[in-house]
Design a protein around this ligand. Structure first.
Ligand SMILES: [Zn+2]
Length: 314
């Protein structure tokens, strides 16, 4: 059901309940009818006659009827709020926009929720933030702190559409690449921008499936999202089986995004020279063309230490 259908449904539930009350509370229906008629008369008087005295008399009559109704409802232990549907968002009464035509906060929140769900990030990854990226255990924490600051700024620039950079995040397995790139993605998502976050193997599987098994239209929709989302994160590049198809698709994606000035992040435990060997120079060139490279180095696995930390906290 769309927003308007949901609203109508809620309105109907409310109307049905009032109709039910009419059957239980004598005179309630008559009072409501009288209030309705006087309201109409007041609007008419305001538009047609601009008769102030008549309007004020009507206003007093309406107030008296409302008082009467209030007392009657009290007698039956019914709250007057039953006359309004139980809106999820009282600000816009679930319309999604306000009287001045601007989008309501609830609509923006719903949109953000939707794009988070579509981003491909797991519930665990959605918890990775800059604030819970721990620097202990890195060889040079102050050096890592600078890199984290760079990532925060990178996220801010994507959020406000001024980003001319991309990120090549390198480090051995378990050094915090996924955490840091997720923190960037989460900050970007919170700003209402679109993110696609995929492990390289899954990304190329998905491309293959859509390109060869789905309709052309569906494939073009997916391709359009991959090229034009505000941030594309390719996690764990180098872990997938390298084929000509993969290389070709990777070059295409990076070229298209670079051309459109759309940022991306590549996480890998491969050095650029190894990427050149695994794929080809076109891939490594496209990365060098655009990206800032950040190396995450630490003697122990970040993931292992995080797990140990959690164990201590339990
Ligand atoms: Zn709202």
């Amino acid at each position: 059901m769309n927003r308007e259908q949901l609203r109508q449904e809620k309105q109907k539930q409310c109307d049905d309940y009032i109709a039910y009350l009419y059957g239980c509370i004598p005179n309630l229906e008559a009072i409501d009818k009288a209030i309705g008629q006087k309201n109409v008369a007041m609007i008419r008087s305001g538009i047609l006659h601009k008769n102030k005295a008549q309007q004020s008399a009507l206003q007093q009559e309406i107030e008296a009827l409302m008082k009467e109704r209030h007392a009657l409802l009290m007698q039956y232990g019914v709250d007057e709020t039953v006359y309004k549907p139980k809106w999820d968002c009282p600000l816009c009464e679930d319309r999604g926009y306000l009287a001045d035509g601007t989008l309501c906060k609830c609509y923006q929140q719903e949109r953000i929720q939707k794009i988070i769900e579509q981003s491909g990030m797991s519930a665990a990854m959605q918890q990775y933030r800059f604030e819970n990226f721990y620097l202990d255990g890195f060889d040079k924490p102050e050096d890592i702190q600078k890199k984290v600051e760079w990532c925060k700024q990178f996220a801010r620039q994507i959020e406000n559409g001024t980003c001319n950079d991309s990120l090549f995040l390198r480090g051995d397995v378990g050094r915090g690449k996924t955490h840091l790139s997720s923190a960037i993605a989460n900050a970007v998502l919170a700003g209402g921008k679109t993110v696609i976050y995929k492990r390289a193997a899954d990304l190329f599987d998905m491309i293959r499936r859509y390109k060869y098994e789905e309709s052309t239209q569906r494939w073009h929709e997916v391709l359009d999202q991959l090229i034009s989302c505000d941030l594309l994160v390719i996690d764990d590049l180098g872990a997938e089986r390298t084929t000509d198809f993969v290389t070709e698709q990777l070059v295409f994606l990076l070229e298209e995004r670079n051309y459109r000035n759309k940022p991306w992040i590549i996480n890998s435990n491969l050095k650029l020279s190894q990427i050149q060997d695994s794929y080809n120079t076109r891939v490594s060139d496209r990365i060098m063309d655009r990206a800032t490279a950040i190396l995450l180095e630490r003697p122990n696995s970040y993931r292992k230490e995080q797990a140990e930390q959690r164990m201590k906290e339990l």
